[in-house]
Design a protein around this ligand. Structure first.
Ligand code: 3EB
Length: 345
């Protein structure tokens, strides 16, 4: 784990990773706090800040805190099982779907409530979403894989809201260490988001049905152009794995899976791919920060750390999490955030 607590953004939306506690805010305001720890807790509002505890770090691993902050005053609230905070431009929301025999209905209902919240409060664009799924490759009471069960409920909610919540956000769908599903997301006002696909990968919402009855509802990344022109443009890179087209490649080779995953991220954030999406900008792998590296097998951690240490910037914040990945042949998944450098604006 390399977590500095550094806040790179001075304007707009930003995040930090740190071992414990909150960053020095210097006039900024916390929008949400997610504690990566041993147990999951239903989110609550703690001294005016929405907080979730997610079971992502084994008892012998280091916990860490991910905070989201903004330069504008924040108002927090509770709506049913959802906790949220908004600043007039961004909304953070967290909820937990408790353990159950099956998830389709409960996930659909929870996503429905989340969409109702963002629509009602005027933040109809979901920018980036995390779905931390307990027993992700186990089967539910009907013999269906829990990830596929989750994907059905999520897809049904997106379908029901398609006229209003029109686009699929960047997301992560990954295993967690206890039952139930922990979700949190950032949403924003109209007109700031471009959702990116990867030329090397089939869009997840178009995966063939061999992977499940409903395809996963997410985009490969979100390019955010803040309304405040003093704020940097940002790319939120979804959980990315060793998938080319729709197929897992190098199923038994961790080093090659890491290399394919990094290659996928490079292609996604490249000038060429952004150009394809009508954006005049471009990033390199050294620009990736706030990186989460999910590794299925603890034995692979040393080699994955070594490879990531070579590839990512020396001052990038990186956390390694030993959890299951959504396909049993995927050994690793990587996500992060690229932020435009001040000089490039
Ligand atoms: C993949 O590319 C790997 O279901 O929200 C990555 C990111 C993955 C998000 C999700 C799943 C999700 O299909 C898995």
């Amino acid at each position: 784990m390399t977590v500095s607590g550094a806040m790179v953004n001075t304007v707009g939306l930003g995040c930090t990773f740190q071992a414990t506690g909150d960053p020095a805010l210097n006039g900024r305001h916390l929008l949400g706090r997610v504690v990566y720890q041993g147990v999951s807790e239903s989110p609550w509002v703690s001294s005016g800040v929405p907080q979730a505890g997610v079971s992502m770090a084994a008892a012998d691993a280091d916990p860490f805190v991910e905070t989201w902050f903004t330069d504008k005053p924040v108002r927090a609230g509770v709506s049913g099982d959802l906790v949220f905070a908004e600043d007039g431009e961004y909304l953070f929301c967290a909820f937990r779907v408790g353990p159950g025999e099956r998830y389709r209905e409960s996930v659909r209902a929870a996503y429905d409530s989340a969409f109702e919240l963002v629509w009602g409060h005027g933040y109809p664009n979901i920018v980036r979403m995390w779905n931390l799924v307990g027993g992700i490759t186990d089967t539910n009471a009907d013999g269906m894989e829990i990830y596929q069960d989750f994907c059905v409920g999520r897809a049904e909610a997106f379908e029901r809201w398609s006229a209003r919540i029109g686009r699929l956000p960047a997301a992560t769908g990954i295993g967690s260490l206890s039952g139930g599903i922990d979700c949190y997301f950032i949403a924003c006002r109209e007109g700031q988001t471009t959702f990116l696909e990867n030329p090397l990968q089939t869009p997840a919402h178009k995966y063939p049905d061999q992977y499940g009855p409903k395809s996963p509802s997410f985009a490969r990344a979100t390019y955010l152009t803040p309304a405040d022109k003093n704020a940097a443009n940002i790319i939120y890179v979804s959980g990315t794995a060793s998938i080319i087209g729709d197929e897992t490649v190098h199923r038994d080779n961790i080093d090659r899976q890491v290399d394919v995953t990094i290659g996928n991220i490079e292609a996604l954030i490249s000038r060429g791919n952004l150009w394809r999406h009508g954006i005049d900008d471009g990033y390199r792998i050294e620009d990736l920060d706030f990186i989460k590296v999910y590794v299925r097998d603890a034995d692979h951690l040393p080699s994955v750390r070594a490879r990531c240490g070579d590839v990512f910037a020396a001052d990038a914040d990186i956390v390694y999490l030993n959890v299951d990945v959504c396909r049993s042949d995927l050994l690793v998944e990587i996500e992060g955030i690229c932020r435009q450098k001040a000089g490039d604006r």
